[in-house]
Design a binder for this molecule. Structure first.
Ligand SMILES: *Cc1c(COP(=O)(O)O)cnc(C)c1O
Length: 462
């Protein structure tokens, strides 16, 4: 078998990488020049031994890759793959299925259909919603907003899939001042542009002000899409979704919710935490990620749309040579922008099934507890301030109430290597941004990271 040696090697390299993960420096160590020196070569005529190519790539990973699946990586919002989801992902590559249509992979079509049903159940959203497994929340936002564009124009008698946007009724787009940048990008891809976005003010935590939304809606007529969010990328704050949902329903506006990581609060065992996201079911579409809070390997996002008809109409593909099902079998091409695609719903299925409701609740609540632990540990030190309420897995920290000092602590922590995090700007102030998103982050990892951050702060403070 030509596979034996290569796959055993890959297996050994993978275990070396994973076994080193908990204790290795979290940042990368090699510069671009060093990586180029190791990896760049003229493409050879005869090719090279596959074993040697694999060994070379593996040799550069410990120095060239940031350990973003380390239990002490707190940058951006990045999950680490759980063992079962990583193992399932290996199978996905092994099977090499084109998961676009049922005829090519009945297995994947069924697995993704079941995983989609589980997600709707877990989030307690309308069970007959459309589901699409996409590459990430960016594409989930795009898919949902394409369905929204179709839906709001259909209601005024315009078929945007056939007639496009030229000469179409104008669509009002409303979003909070704090909406994620991928909403803007989705609107660009959809031909709506970003100038059309009417911003609604947010409060000090980054939550959309419902009074301001109601006042805005009162000025609008015709097709309207409102974008709210569950989980602000800096603070983790939730827009007041019940009030927003009721206002949108009363106005007849399509409500889309970006819940890239925040939607998972719906799976919490804590009623206090679930209350943050109360009313999310009033929306028309929801975008989320599996590669963030669910901790499956990159890449997997999920688009959920209440109206299956609008979702399907916005995405469906038909061509003479495609054998598409006429029955209950599910063709993924009807629900996502991709044509050929990876069976990316499979690791999600494996992880949901292995964790169960209780395991998912523990995952959600555990990361929130670690975030609170880090916030408390940091706030106890002189000169350290937490800038926003810690309601989820995100913590914003400011040092010496000073932009320059705060940036120096962020850079210092990245260089020190115990953990990795990045900075942001929160309402005009520089801040350190901690996102606890990895299933493997233990209380001890959180405590070690707090100690490392405070060590750097004491040095900077002098
Ligand atoms: C991460 C994130 C996105 C984009 O998700 P990708 O998976 O990176 O495409 C969108 N919205 C919010 C709130 C996010 O945190």
């Amino acid at each position: 078998m030509p596979y034996d040696d290569l796959l055993s090697r890959a297996h050994a390299h993978a275990l070396d990488y994973l076994n080193a993960l908990p204790e290795r420096r979290v940042g990368s160590t090699a510069t671009r020049d060093e990586l180029m020196a190791a990896l760049r070569t003229p493409l050879s005529g005869p090719g090279e031994a596959p074993e040697a190519v694999l060994d070379l790539l593996a040799s550069q990973a410990p120095r060239g890759a940031v350990a973003c699946n380390s239990p002490r990586y707190f940058g951006f919002v990045i999950g680490g793959a759980t063992p079962v989801s990583l193992a399932a992902d290996w199978l996905v590559s092994t099977w090499d299925q084109n998961a676009g249509i049922y005829v090519i992979s009945p297995l994947v079509a069924v697995v993704e259909e079941v995983a989609g049903d589980w997600l709707l159940d877990l989030f307690d959203l309308p069970r007959d919603s459309g589901v699409g497994f996409v590459t990430g929340c960016q594409m989930a936002n795009l898919t949902c907003l394409a369905a929204a564009r179709h839906g709001v124009l259909r209601r005024v008698g315009w078929d945007v899939e056939i007639d496009g946007l030229q000469g179409a009724p104008r669509i009002n787009v409303v979003a909070s001042a704090e909406s994620h940048i991928t909403i803007d990008v989705a609107l660009r891809y959809l031909g709506l542009g970003t100038k059309c976005i009417q911003r609604v003010e947010s409060d000090a935590q980054g939550r959309m002000k419902p009074d301001a939304l109601r006042a805005k809606l009162a000025t609008l007529e015709g097709p309207t899409i409102v974008c709210a969010q569950a989980g602000n990328v800096n603070t983790g704050a939730f827009d007041p979704l019940r009030e927003i949902g009721e206002a949108c329903n009363a106005h007849g506006a399509w409500l889309h919710i970006d819940g890239a990581f925040g939607l998972w609060a719906r799976a919490s065992a804590s009623s206090e935490r679930r209350a943050l996201i109360d009313g999310v079911e009033l929306a028309d579409s929801w975008a989320t990620d599996a590669h963030k809070w669910l901790n499956v390997p990159y890449d997997c996002g999920v688009a959920l749309v209440k109206s299956r008809e609008d979702h399907r109409a916005a995405m469906t593909t038909a061509a003479a040579y495609l054998i598409q099902t006429q029955g209950v079998e599910r063709d993924a091409v009807d629900w996502v922008p991709d044509f050929s695609r990876r069976a990316r719903g499979v690791p999600t299925y494996a992880n949901l099934r292995a964790l169960g409701r209780d395991g998912i609740a523990d995952l959600v609540d555990g990361l929130c507890a670690r975030a609170r632990q880090m916030a408390q540990g940091l706030a106890a030190e002189q000169g350290v301030a937490i800038l926003a309420d810690v309601v989820l897995n995100q913590v914003l920290v400011r040092f010496g109430d000073d932009d320059e000092l705060t940036r120096r602590v962020v850079t210092g922590v990245q260089q020190e290597g115990t953990c990795w995090l990045s900075g942001t700007n929160w309402q005009g102030k520089a801040a350190m941004r901690i996102s606890v998103s990895n299933w493997a982050t233990s209380e001890e990892d959180a405590a070690r990271s707090v100690a490392a951050i405070l060590g750097v702060w004491r040095q900077v403070r002098g």
